[in-house]
Ligand binder design. Structure first.
Ligand SMILES: [Mn+2]
Length: 483
């Protein structure tokens, strides 16, 4: 079935069966100045084709002489609606000589298989083609409709648009907010990106600084200055968007939101909010600024772990669209930030205090300021030999933070944290990375004060380890640590 010819050298064509499909294909090929021979059993049809100056001959495509007649043709398109005739034609052509590229029309999955078996290189199933194109039309139509709706809500803004991102915003939320702000500004509407808490992970800080993204702290603004409120990529932050004033929601996670919003676009079937925002920018035909393109591309890459996790075709086409507009030097700098002193400390402490059971590592990193250092430590510890699952916890303020990672495909670390701490803490994440926050007071039953923090940490340590190992399905040895 090897064709031995490349697309560029394909120069002569034959079309067997020239009904409406064959005719449409013939017309396009002839318009491109291609040499096309048409064979059809219908005398009248052949006459009509000749009247249009086409090279048409009358013959039953089932006949063996047809295989002879098309032997010098590079590509043969067998497009009649009679699938049995098509199959016979494929068999004859393959019997006569086997180096031609054959495209054949089927009618259903069964005839598709028969044609492939007979030797067709490409089989077209019309109902599958129509279904595909109907779905594409639906997608395009929906995007058009949603884009128009979003524009209307943004354009209805009189004072200003507040774009809220969650408490420790990740690249996806920052990028999505940046894109929404650009869309608003293209419509002459002022917008601010408002965050609560702080931009934790240094990688995210580097991202914001390098791209010059302007973020405003919630403490610095008066929400009364805004009459339209948007929340983007917000659901995963674990904070409910129960604000009755929210007008716009865009996310790739389902929301706990009970109020009517003027505009909402939630698509659990894509991997990032950046993907959704990219589709809007494309649909609006906005001239995309380099910072926005770079931010969105980074947002998609971060959320899909560089296209390694849950990547959908939509994420890939969005990334491909952004790629030529993005600043790749900046992306490189964002991706390889130097490790902060605190992250190194936390990592050192976590390595020192590690307890290993089988391939599972649990460690206590003491007291921390930057809880994102914990996630980074958990990630780095996965590189230790023989380790497939890591969990690092520490106390910051009055809360125990725990970050976990797993590269064991049989283990859903998100589920394990949920099982272990569901009654006392707030967990989030998925099968490969997850975290949990546990109020220290609830965990120990003791009120937290400056003086008893060390004691609480000790009390906490054994209990957290025990719970974790239990839900991982291994017994914790009673000795306190592995150093
Ligand atoms: Mn996201």
């Amino acid at each position: 079935m090897s064709t031995g010819i490349t697309m560029t050298s394909m120069s002569t064509y034959a079309i067997l069966g020239c009904g409406s499909v064959g005719h449409a294909v013939a017309k396009d090929l002839v318009d491109e100045d291609k040499d096309v021979l048409i064979i059809d059993r219908d005398e009248g049809r052949v006459e009509a084709l000749r009247d249009q100056d086409l090279d048409a001959r009358q013959s039953d495509i089932r006949d063996y002489e047809v295989a002879e007649a098309v032997a010098d043709r590079d590509v043969i398109l067998i497009l009649s609606s009679d699938v049995e005739a098509n199959t016979a034609a494929v068999e004859n052509i393959r019997d006569y000589g086997d180096d031609q590229f054959i495209i054949a029309r089927a009618s259903d999955p069964v005839s598709s298989d028969a044609l492939s078996e007979a030797g067709a290189d490409v089989v077209i199933n019309p109902s599958a083609v129509i279904a595909d194109s109907a779905l594409r039309a639906l997608e395009t139509g929906e995007l058009e409709y949603k884009t128009q709706k979003l524009s209307e809500v943004i354009e209805g803004t009189e004072k200003g648009l507040a774009i809220r991102i969650h408490r420790s915003p990740d690249p996806d939320s920052i990028a999505s907010a940046t894109a929404l702000k650009a869309i608003a500004e293209s419509r002459g509407i002022d917008a601010d990106i408002i965050y609560e808490g702080e931009i934790g992970r240094q990688e995210n800080r580097a991202f914001v600084n390098l791209l010059g993204i302007e973020l405003v702290s919630a403490g610095e603004v008066d929400m009364a200055d805004y009459d339209t409120i948007a929340v983007v990529d917000h659901a995963k932050g674990g904070e409910p968007t129960d604000d009755e004033n929210v007008d716009i929601i865009v996310d790739h996670y389902e929301q706990d939101h009970n109020h009517d919003v003027a505009f909402s676009d939630i698509r659990p079937n894509v991997s990032s909010t950046s993907t959704i925002m990219t589709k809007y920018i494309q649909e609006l035909d906005l001239t995309i600024e380099q910072e926005v393109a770079t931010a969105l591309l980074y947002g998609i890459r971060a959320e899909t772990l560089d296209f390694k996790r849950d990547t959908t075709p939509a994420d890939l086409t969005a990334a491909a669209y952004l790629y030529p507009f993005a600043d790749h030097d900046t992306l490189e700098q964002v991706e390889s930030p130097s490790m902060s002193a605190e992250t190194l400390d936390v990592l050192a402490e976590a390595i020192r205090n590690r307890e290993v059971e089988g391939s599972h590592l649990v460690s206590n990193a003491g007291f921390v300021y930057d809880r994102d250092a914990l996630s980074q430590a958990a990630q780095h510890l996965l590189n230790l030999e023989g380790i497939t699952t890591t969990a690092v916890f520490a106390i910051a303020d009055d809360v125990i933070y725990l970050a976990a990672r797993s590269k064991d495909i049989r283990m859903d670390i998100g589920r394990i944290l949920e099982d272990a701490f569901e009654e006392i803490g707030e967990s989030k994440g998925h099968s490969t990375e997850a975290s949990v926050e546990i109020p220290l007071g609830i965990f120990t039953g003791i009120e937290v004060s400056e003086d008893n923090r060390e004691t609480l940490l000790e009390l906490t340590e054994e209990a957290v380890k025990k719970k974790l190992f239990e839900s991982m399905g291994v017994e914790s040895s009673d000795s306190s640590n592995g150093s």
